[in-house]
Design a protein around this ligand. Sequence first.
Ligand code: HEC
Length: 273
Amino acid sequence: MGLMESIRNTRWLSALFGLLIAAAPSSGEDAGIFDEYRAMFGDDNPAIFVIDEGEEYWLEPQGPKNTSLEDCDLGLGPGVVEGAYARLPRYFADVDKVMDVEARLIFCMGELQGRPSAEIEGYPYSMRGDLGTEIEALVAWLADQSSGMPIAPGQEHVKEREFFTLGEQLFYYRAGPHDFSCATCHGQQDKRIRLQSLPDLTSHEGAAASYSAWPAYRISEGIVRTMGWRMRDCFRQQRFPLLGVGSDVTVALQTYLAVTAAGAPMMAPGLKR
Ligand code: HEC
């Protein structure tokens, strides 16, 4: 039986990972353990199941209007999904706003399906123990539709450039009880917190390696997490208030990362700790 077949409904790999970590010496060998663990998967990524689910959500009529998302315009025209993720965040004239994939999906769910945005905004990401949300599945599928394509967020419109500048300012903005900014943890090379190595997201290499791999299947949680979730969770680590899905702040931060990563090929969904 293949490894993948046994993964679908089990969490045993997470448990195994926990054991590997527990057994590992607390030195620099930890990172090697994760590499070995990742190698066990080879080219397999359990996210493939979530990708399929995302496509099903896209095609499924839902909401008061009983419509699918097939006419959703992600920036390349209604219904065009190939390559759309790699061009986000970008400016959308119909709302006069810069949006990331999540903001745009929530907009389409409202416009096309008649679903109240509060319904999705209140519960965009899985809680501990959940098996994944619609947003997570849709984002996994859409990112896969950009696999191999260069990261190329919009920077032509003045608002797109404003969002890059805002994102950069936010990245260096120190506040909260610990006076942390994103740069405190992500502004230097070879930094680590416990097991996790912290990428230098201010360099093209660091941003590219990170941005291209999200959304990602998180082994420790057994679910796909999106870049929007990553922003929210780092905001939390920074002791900042809850970061709204699709909010200007999350879109600006992602614009900063995407522009810094621009040119590198998308390789999502990735595989993370
Ligand atoms: C207190 C330290 C800390 C702060 C402040 C912080 N992060 Fe993080 N960040 C982490 C840690 C730790 C991880 C790795 C988490 C993991 O592996 O589970 C991480 C992971 C990430 C990743 C994913 C890296 C990868 O592996 O691809 C991104 C992107 C990111 N952070 C962006 C940000 C942004 C943007 C901010 C500011 C809003 C921020 N972080 C603030 C600690 C921090």
